[in-house]
Design a protein. Sequence first.
Lengths: 87, 360
Amino acid sequence: MDWKELKQNFGDFVHGYFVSEYERKLREQFVDLNDLFMLQCFMELVGLPNPAAIYLLDVYPFFLEEFHMWHRRMGMDRSPIGSMPCC
Amino acid sequence: MAPADGHGSLADRQHAVLLKKPLDAARGKPLDVARGKPLDFARGKRILFFGGKGGVGKTTCASAVALAASRAGKRVLLVSTDPAHSTSDIFETPITAEEREIYPRLSGIEIDANLEARRYIDNAKAGIARMFSHAVAREAERQIELASSMPGVEEVALFDRIGDLIIERFDAYDLLIFDTAPTGHTLRLLRMPELVSSWITALSKRRRALLSLNKDIDQVRLAPEAVNPDDDPILKTLEARREKLEQIRARLMQHNFTGFVLVVIPERLPIEETARAAEILRESNVNVCGVVVNRVLPADADGDFYRSRRQQEQIYVDEIRQRFSAYPLVWVPQLATDVYGLENLERVSYLLMRESESPM
């Protein structure tokens, strides 16, 4: 391993370290925002009225994967809504 | 005046009505519906709503106007949105959830909110069935039924149907007449597009923020995997929905061709409720184009009983004049019989259409 290669590797390491930190922050933020979005879509779950509930039936199929991640994150092992048949 | 023939087939009765000239109940003059003046405030309108407190005669007025307009050569669709439908009873012919012509140029619908909710949920179910395995879809089937009993679903489904009619059947007819449920229900219905569309706007804003954050993550990783916001199916669906709601809202607020007719009777509670309704409608920028004062005691009703009733009514009549001075008023006297069947409806049409004159 010559000097030049070492320098390159070190540079990559430092770059990767900071970038991953940054990426982690972004992902955290993404997850938080997504939870808020999900809450607004599935408000009837927590007993709040959702004026657009019936219109959201249109988009529920697209949500399935995200919804699955969400209810796992919220500590529910199985899908809390019957109409969302993820598990 | 000839009493409505309670026997014989519908066709017989219609035929009889067309032959006989019905008489004005109050005056005994022959009436000619075809030559009656159209409601001044309804002139040029393409969408009319009839609303008011329960039992004041909304359905009667809406049906009478629909009948008269169709006789005058307009293509009319009469839509009953009240969960307790009575247009079938008034026309003495079945009117269903599907559009059906009941007289020449006059079609009727009685919206079945339950059915509409069902239809909507079936659609959503079909979407799930398309995207997931049969087993999963079957499992979901049983439980998705629960969604149909969510509070508010029927209301939204009902609104959805009204919206569809306003958008899609607008060009097929010259006049759409909505006979609405009692006041509170209808006001909520008219405010629904505003409420729901602002809700959806908030949702799609969040979604957009999410997607752009996803893009940022991509840029950091130098590995693009995020979807373009314009291709996101969720965002697309939401935006399409919002656009439709905005379109409906725009039509409802269009003062030159949409009008709300309030029906009231000269009694304490209906006056109060109607005044409130007029206020709320004005605030929501819906055009109240007229007030029909129904069941006013005719001047020639005699006897002590009627004299004292009339005295009391006079107070309310004055109050109506004063409180609804901003709107065109039409006075319809109480008839000697209750209103159902073609002949009676024609009589009401005539009373609504003649030049508006004050009682007493």
